[in-house]
Ligand binder design. Sequence first.
Ligand SMILES: Cc1cc2nc3c(=O)[nH]c(=O)nc-3n(C[C@H](O)[C@H](O)[C@H](O)COP(=O)(O)O)c2cc1C
Length: 374
Amino acid sequence: MSKLMSPIALRGLTLRNRTVVAPMCQYSAVDGFANDWHMVHLGRFGIGGFGLVILEATGILPEARISYGDLGLWKDEHIAPLGRIVDFLHSQGAAAGIQLAHAGRKASTPVSWRGAADLATDEQRHAAGYEHWLPVAPSAESHDPANADYQVPAKLDAEGIARVIDGFVAAARRADQAGFDTVEIHAAHGYLLNQFLSPLANHRTDAYGGSRENRMRLVLEVTEAVRAVWPEHKPLLVRLSVSDNAEGGWSVEDSVALALELKARGVDAIDCSSGGLAQGRIQSAPSYQVHFAHAVKSGANIPTMAVGVLGDFAAAETILENGEADFIALARGALADPNWPLHANTALGGDHSIWPVQTRRVADYDRMIAAARV
Ligand SMILES: Cc1cc2nc3c(=O)[nH]c(=O)nc-3n(C[C@H](O)[C@H](O)[C@H](O)COP(=O)(O)O)c2cc1C
């Protein structure tokens, strides 16, 4: 069996293989609620053989959402529709994860496919769940002053920071009640926790700003508080922008130091992405972020997830064989081919036996149709 398709355990969770659907915002919720779109979009990855499906950046508080269309876990009513998705993924043999997120100063931005004309009437705004609010951040500085989609946020005070930590904790409890096997704390892509980490976004002079130790404080406090309520047998993941990809920004070396601290606080794997600040730009290309996963894995001796244009089956297998990462996560590649693990299995020498029973009979149907023709 290929390494890609062989099982792997994190704490009490054994994944059927090492393929992961990376979190992908759908901007299709109203008031944070999952609906049929989310069920079908995510369910097909369970049918398609992925080991772990991580649900999109999910607002831990209403103001934590990137847009009014994000999923949420800030109230108990959000649990049941998410639980249906978890149950379906489990029925297909996939594990279910959810990314717990706070967008910080990148909150309250438009949904790209809805223009002013689509939100012109009260009726349209109501149907879309349109909301607009003032974001919060470590410092009162816009993510990108040249882009009117981003507001100048309010600087978080001590009470606001406590609200963030409490929000992560309450959302983690609800994720457990919904049946999720793992949660991923979103500390990447220029969102709130990344904003605290990065010297380019954090200009505080209190205990949460200045030195690297201070800038790491919030993510470590969130992690400790979440780990304290997240069941012992369930793994905890953190997604990092391993580098801001920007001069004077958060670096790979910083991430290795942080990963060691996260590991000491019970984090089981680091999902290694990069970028997200307006100053940082990187061109995506096959395997372009694998070196980040490798650096964190070897520097902090912790399992890592590689992500970023990893759709080539042989390349994915080689990354695992070389010990550069422990998991292969796909976002765009999963959208393009929700059956990617099934196809990878065949390409890497496996057979059709892992296809869902309802689809495994494709060969029989082919024969029947061929027979009917003659
Ligand atoms: C439609 C879409 C939505 C995304 N939403 C999220 C998200 O909610 N959280 C996150 O951390 N990354 C998000 N990303 C980034 C992906 O998880 C992934 O890191 C990135 O797309 C690179 O992987 P890929 O080359 O396989 O697409 C999103 C990407 C896409 C394409």
